[in-house]
Design a protein around this ligand. Structure first.
Ligand SMILES: NC(=O)c1ccc[n+]([C@@H]2O[C@H](COP(=O)([O-])OP(=O)(O)OC[C@H]3O[C@@H](n4cnc5c(N)ncnc54)[C@H](O)[C@@H]3O)[C@@H](O)[C@H]2O)c1
Length: 376
């Protein structure tokens, strides 16, 4: 067991037999989708079984994994009750969603308000008592289910709004308009508008995944989550749109995709992190390779990148001849360390899926008013 500080009360271990020593057990295990797109809560079940085996009198068990409404009460509670103990009296169970935004310098665990819903009122009170020791603001809600749905509302809100602005980008492209100019103009409205930016598609293990937990749950209740389903559809189109822009840019200089060397910049799903889970860069890679391109990548946060067919690609250093030697360069993720001016200057053809080069004056003088192809 490795001590982490906290006056000796905080330590890391993989020894599950030590769970019984704890006053509180937080379950924050992955909640992915299965191959068929249904929720895979096997990790939650496994973790709950471990917590159940070691469950002690007075212990708090807090589920933090994002999941469908009902998981805490219908899945975790029966497992813990196998101990013979009574929830709300002998032990306490709550759902309190993980809201962390990795890489966010301003909003951390302490200053991000924490939603808590208990299986009983007493469960909620105990959970609030525990978390308020290190979180500034607690937001108690009436049930575990309300807390579970709150988390999915937050993520579905982002997924749907990003899809809406992505669709607007597809519309602007067909109208030969610059979507970023339109968004910047709309963003001057002091009320009633919230800015979202288009991009190469939705990534990460939360936004593309979590809303499907709700869709799955609602299918069982004979209800189709239309906004969520449509958002997934539109967001899933974006990598093909970006690959299409590469094709269009190459076509503009009479080069076929087959045999062209394409350099992807940034393959993590968002800026300044090394997480490539569900990154749209993978779909862009697949499509360009399928069309016969030789695809290389550079990402300062992702030294190695495993393709779907099991190859391990390595990040190339961003040397002048790498940038200048590529037939096309694609900004997939705009890490803050990228020098937009240099990338713009050295690239032969540049597709910018993040509007990173907006600040480079020349980028505005492009033959492509839509601005996805900023140099070509
Ligand atoms: N990471 C985030 O930014 C974030 C933000 C909000 C919500 N969430 C939610 O939090 C949950 C965890 O996400 P994550 O990104 O930390 O996942 P992750 O894939 O990094 O896994 C977290 C940890 O769980 C461990 N684990 C897996 N199965 C286990 C088991 N049976 N018993 C004990 N430990 C086990 C893994 O070894 C890993 O260390 C998910 O439900 C996710 O949706 C994550």
């Amino acid at each position: 067991m490795a001590a982490l500080g906290g006056g000796g009360t905080l330590a890391a271990t993989t020894d599950l037999s030590r769970l019984g020593e704890c006053d509180a057990v937080a379950i924050c295990v992955p909640t992915p989708l299965s191959k068929t797109g249904d929720p895979d809560i096997s990790h939650v079940v496994a973790a709950a079984r471990n917590a159940g085996t070691a469950l002690g009198r007075g212990q708090l068990v807090a589920l933090e994994s994002t999941t469908f409404p009902g998981t805490t009460r219908e899945v975790v509670l029966p497992i813990l009750e196998d101990s013979g103990m009574q929830v709300g009296e002998d032990f306490f169970l709550c759902f309190t969603p993980e809201r962390v935004d990795p890489g966010n310098a301003r909003w951390k665990t302490r200053n991000t308000p924490k939603i808590v819903g208990g299986v009983t009122d007493r469960c909620r009170e105990v959970a609030v008592g525990f978390y308020s020791r290190f979180v500034d603001r607690m937001v108690p809600v009436s049930s575990a289910e309300a807390a579970e749905l709150t988390k999915i509302l937050e993520n579905a809100f982002r997924a749907v709004n990003i899809a809406m602005v992505n669709e607007m980008a597809l519309i602007a492209d067909r109208l030969r308009l610059d979507i970023w100019e339109v968004i910047a103009a709309a963003d001057t409205k002091p009320f009633g508008f919230m800015r979202f930016d288009p991009g190469p598609g939705l990534g990460g293990h939360c936004l593309p995944v979590d809303p499907h937990y709700l869709s799955w749950r609602m299918r069982a209740l004979d209800y189709r989550t239309r906004f969520i389903d449509m958002a997934s559809e539109v967001n899933a189109e974006m990598p093909a749109f970006v690959a299409g822009k590469v094709r269009e840019a190459l076509n503009g200089v009479s080069k076929p995709v087959r045999g062209s060397r394409v350099l992807l910049l940034g393959v993590a799903y968002k800026p300044d992190v090394g997480d490539t889970r569900e990154s749209p860069a993978m779909d862009i890679l697949d499509q360009l390779e399928r069309d016969g391109a030789e695809v290389l990548y550079h990402d300062p946060h992702v030294p190695e990148w495993r393709t779907r067919d099991g190859r391990v690609l390595r990040s190339h250093p961003l040397a002048d001849d790498l940038l200048g030697g590529a037939d096309a360069v694609v900004v997939v993720t705009d890490h803050s360390s990228f020098d937009a001016e240099r990338i713009y200057r050295l690239s032969q053809l540049l597709v910018d899926a993040r509007n990173m080069t907006a600040a480079v004056g020349e980028a505005k003088r492009t033959a492509h008013p839509q601005r996805w192809i900023v140099k070509g």
